[in-house]
Design a binder for this molecule. Structure first.
Ligand SMILES: NC(=O)c1ccc[n+]([C@@H]2O[C@H](COP(=O)([O-])OP(=O)(O)OC[C@H]3O[C@@H](n4cnc5c(N)ncnc54)[C@H](O)[C@@H]3O)[C@@H](O)[C@H]2O)c1
Length: 343
């Protein structure tokens, strides 16, 4: 089954959506929308059959596609998504879904009332590496998870409308929700700003889950080096995910520390056994995440799959980010992501 699609916003990320929609085999790229004439012209040359529009209203008036993919700055997501949903389209909206949880929940409610899907482009959920991490955790390969340490830092692209928690943190939070299958019970954050806009550009976010699991996220737009790494420490094995190492994105360490809890004398002396076994780097498919995602969306629209990153996921991620921002403003105390919702 083939569906029609349009892409709104053809700056940095939008052309990637256009290329993957056009190449998916599930979508015909019917229209392009960009308010900057030179960008519209450049993107249009690659897809001569696609209609070109300077605004979403004229695109929808001409003919409403099945799917509108929105890759504009975050501040415009709510308005454009609601406009497309009310015209009867399904929506793929870029991450982060919205500026706050009230906007995200409104978008979800409009989609529900219209009987349409919102897909949030949490693109890492479609990478072979993150799918492998989820499988390994859920199959129990790591044993009990003890803690997670994530670093996502570089000399960042400062955004006009969101801070580093929104821009980078949404990747880690969406990955954690996907691989753990649960939301944090509380969120704390320490943050600082070193730029004239006052937006946070360095943040340390601490997520606490039930049963003692914690995840710590280091986010920065000010680091001289680029790091994209997550360490999942388990009682049985640990897993290191390095997004920047294409040859060995995932490594499983059969390493650990064992305490003999039954032997009273050993316990009193804190006798520790270090286990250092082998390191395994599993082979991963080389699929492009956006290509996997577009085929998945096509299958959802055909009724063959359930959405992996629906509006509910987008809302849950925004709630965690919002709790982090509020915690930072209040000095770093713990907040429940559930209570940060206005809805
Ligand atoms: N999933 C990812 O990994 C990923 C990566 C990069 C960016 N993004 C997201 O994609 C979105 C866009 O980011 P970007 O870096 O491409 O921004 P960008 O500024 O490079 O491009 C945005 C484009 O949208 C156009 N635009 C703005 N409002 C419009 C409107 N109402 N109608 C038509 N065109 C409009 C602008 O002219 C611009 O060309 C953001 O939400 C960002 O967070 C996601």
């Amino acid at each position: 089954m083939t569906f029609t699609a349009a892409v709104v916003g053809l700056g940095y990320w939008g052309p990637n959506l256009a290329r993957n929609l056009a190449g998916s085999g599930c979508f015909e790229l019917a229209a392009l929308c960009e308010r900057d004439p030179s960008r519209l012209e450049r993107a249009g040359r690659a897809y001569p059959a696609a209609r070109r529009h300077a605004d979403l209203g004229s695109l929808l008036d001409a003919s409403a596609p099945d799917l509108v993919a929105i890759a504009t700055p975050v501040a415009s997501h709510r308005e454009l998504a609601i406009q497309a949903l009310e015209a009867g389209c399904h929506v793929l909206v870029e991450k982060p879904m919205a500026l706050d949880s009230a906007e995200a929940e409104e978008m979800r409610a409009v989609a529900r009332a219209a009987g349409r899907h919102i897909f949030v482009d949490h693109v890492f959920l479609f990478t072979p590496a993150v799918r492998e991490i989820r499988r390994r955790i859920q199959d129990g390969d790591l044993g009990e998870l003890l803690y997670i340490d994530a670093t996502r830092i570089n000399l960042g692209l400062f955004q006009p409308d969101v801070d580093v928690i929104w821009d980078l943190g949404c990747h880690d939070v969406s990955i954690l929700e996907f691989v753990l299958g649960r939301e944090p019970a509380s969120v704390r954050c320490l943050a600082s700003s070193h730029n004239p806009s006052g937006f946070t550009d360095v943040a340390y976010v601490h997520l606490e889950y039930e049963r003692g699991l914690a995840a710590h996220l280091h986010l920065s737009w000010l680091s001289p080096v680029k790091v994209r790494r997550m360490i999942f420490t388990g009682r049985r094995q640990s897993l290191i995910y390095d997004e920047l190492d294409p040859a060995e994105r995932i490594k499983l360490y059969d390493y650990g520390v064992e305490f003999d809890e039954r032997d009273i004398e050993a316990r009193a002396q804190m006798l520790v056994r270090y286990r250092k076994g082998s390191i395994l780097a599993p082979a991963l498919p080389v699929d492009e995440a956006l290509a996997v995602e577009m085929r998945h969306i096509g299958k959802v629209l055909a009724g063959d799959e359930e959405p992996i990153s629906p509006a509910e996921t987008g809302v849950a991620v925004i709630r965690v980010l919002e709790a982090a921002r509020r915690s930072a403003l209040g000095g770093g105390g713990p907040l429940s992501p559930r209570s940060s919702s206005r809805g």
